[in-house]
Write a protein that binds this ligand. Sequence first.
Ligand SMILES: [Zn+2]
Length: 360
Amino acid sequence: MPDEQIKINVLYFAAASTATGLTQELVPIPAGLRLSSLGDLLISRHPNATALRKILDGSKWSVDAEMIDDPEELELKGGQEVAVICPDAAYRNFVLDPCRDRHGHLTPRAAFRATRLTPTTFLISEYNDIYGEHPQIFVKLIRSARTILIIDTGCGGATVDPDIEITSLRKFIEEVQLDCNGGRPLNEGKHMEYVVIATHCHYDHILGMEQFNDSRILASSHSPSFVSPSNLPTHSLCESMGIPTPSYTPILVPHEYAILGMYIFHTPGHTPDELAVYDAAEKMLYVGDSLYEEEAIIFPNEGSIVEWMSSIEYLIVFVEAKENRTGEVLSATKTFMEDVIAGKEPREGDLYCGVLKGWC
Ligand SMILES: [Zn+2]
């Protein structure tokens, strides 16, 4: 009998995913294959992906969620998860295929869909919420600390679809098997602790918070009164929306607060408590509602364009210093807003009521 062939699971992100048309594939490998030779093997499997060689030449590798500095030193043994990390994986808004279940169907009866962005990071979307907000929730697995870090908790699973069974974000994370996570729930067996970060207190970011009241919930200390229990119903917009304000007690953290390899920055502007989260290992920057790719930037009553400008300038300087590159999205957004102020770009109008789509 021939030896049982060993295989690895290769994950493709960003340009590598576009070139291959895949987000992952099981790849048989010869015994003793070094990581440095994997690129040639993948190129031979995808002869029509003409851009793949150039993409791989400019990419790095991770194996089982650890970045590899010297691929020549690492021998693949099978059973590993190898990811192609493209340079354009940083500072982008990804739109990838949603996760599917073991039978290739979309995870059908949950108010959420998950997409894998990096070896450790997943985007959970509430795709059919009753508010039309379609909130984005980011989940990072930090296995070394047995912790799951959650950035925002969305609209609490309130969906327009009466057939949906799973409306709890926590239940989705702990029970729904995801092919993009090797067929396992994100928190299989509930072995991981949670740390939850609120990018700000608008309702579409906090309606799932009560599900994590047994965990640390972090928020900005920039304006403690803004998020105080007495002001939260107004400032979360729950009051004007006619929905109960969730009850949770955040730990208010200072500017440039470090936790589990992540950094939290105060970025007031959209709201006084707006914050951004930087993942140093994955080079991902989460900006909350400070800016969007395709929606208007919103300044509610408590917002400040002056503070927003300062916050964006801070992030631009930070990215340039940390990454030795220009933050193109941040710079372009700042320039756009300067044009708006100068009257060169149209405003979408003055908003007075929190029920308008795209408010938060
Ligand atoms: Zn908002």
